[in-house]
Design a protein around this ligand. Structure first.
Ligand code: C2E
Ligand code: MG
Ligand code: MG
Ligand code: MG
Length: 286
């Protein structure tokens, strides 16, 4: 029965289904040891400027490979981590590892206009010392704040909107860029959007998927782009997979794109090959 349940579960879209209880239990136990045992790593997915086709930045995405369970996607394990109080530790690891890595890349010649965005979960965003913690990490790793961006979903921002507005304002004053993630699928009201003061709206991939053959999606994307620009924000389209989608997004005035068409999320070495100037050959030491 358990095997049948698991098969059914795997056949369906994990993003919209609760994992079965035995799976959650297994994940929780395994997650507790994951960081300590070095099972987490980061992936970096390039974000491209539509105007000039250049690299604009990257989204930092956490990856987990367990020796027995295999690769478990963040859409599955992050809700489990949140539920069992493991998210502060994972979130801290992501932030610290990302900042250390970006700082290294800056010293290796990363262009100054490239910005990396890190996803924040609800628990992380509500942590009262979040701003201080980020400041501390930036200082420790000597990373100028404009290299760092943060992403939160509408639902996270709306959880306690008054506090969120304050936190977002403070972060922006530090020079950190802010994106509203999966825009159009959550619960933000336009009256709050006005106050969030974000730099970027990330257009959810559900609007991009059928863009070429669904005029309603085109209308929605067009409206999001117009509104964002009128409010002084940029737009990034998520999940761009084809040149037809890319052409349409360009026509609709979208600023940036992210998706498999340009690149999948890359590991450290792959991202270096994608973004850093070629290394000078090392002189031979005799
Ligand atoms: P997200 O922030 O909306 O991230 C974009 C997701 O879309 C990523 O899935 C990415 O791999 C995927 N994607 C990118 N391009 C394409 C494409 O062209 N087609 C399709 N079909 N998918 C594409 P991923 O890495 O599985 O992450 C899923 C979600 O998990 C993220 O959605 C984010 O909400 C969360 N997440 C990932 N890393 C972290 C993290 O470090 N901290 C927190 N709190 N959440 C994270
Ligand atoms: Mg994101
Ligand atoms: Mg997103
Ligand atoms: Mg998304």
């Amino acid at each position: 029965k358990a095997a049948a349940y698991l098969l059914l579960y795997m056949a369906l879209d994990t993003g919209h289904l609760q994992p079965p209880p035995f799976r959650v239990q297994k994940l929780e136990k395994a997650l507790e040891a994951a960081i300590k045992n070095g099972q987490m790593h980061l992936a970096f997915q390039p974000v491209m400027n539509l105007a000039d086709g250049r690299l604009s930045g990257a989204e930092v995405l956490v990856r987990w490979t367990h020796p027995k369970l295999g690769t478990v996607g963040p859409a599955e394990f992050i809700p489990v981590a949140e539920k069992y109080g493991l998210m502060p530790e994972i979130g801290e690891w992501v932030l610290k590892t990302a900042i250390a890595q970006i700082s290294l890349w800056v010293r290796q010649g990363l262009p100054p206009d490239v910005c990396f965005s890190v996803n924040l979960s609800l628990v992380q965003f509500r942590y009262p010392l979040l701003v201080e913690r980020i400041q501390y990490l930036l200082k420790t790793y000597q990373l100028p704040p404009h290299y760092l961006g943060l992403e939160i979903t509408e639902s996270v921002a709306m959880h306690n909107a008054q506090t969120a507005i304050q936190t977002l304002r403070t972060l922006r004053e530090q020079g950190i860029a802010l994106s509203i993630d999966d825009f159009g699928t959550g619960h933000a009201s336009l009256s709050h959007l006005k106050l969030f003061d974000a730099n970027t709206l990330k257009i959810d991939q559900s609007f991009v998927r059928d863009l070429t053959h669904d005029s309603r999606d085109r209308a929605i994307v067009q409206a999001i782009v117009h509104m964002a620009h009128a409010l002084g924000m940029r737009t990034t389209a998520e999940g761009v997979e084809t040149s037809a989608q890319l052409d349409l997004l360009k026509t609709l005035g979208c600023d940036r794109v992210q998706g498999y068409y340009f690149s999948r999320p890359l590991n450290t070495e792959e991202f270096e090959a994608f973004s850093l100037p070629p290394r000078r050959p090392q002189p031979l030491s005799v």
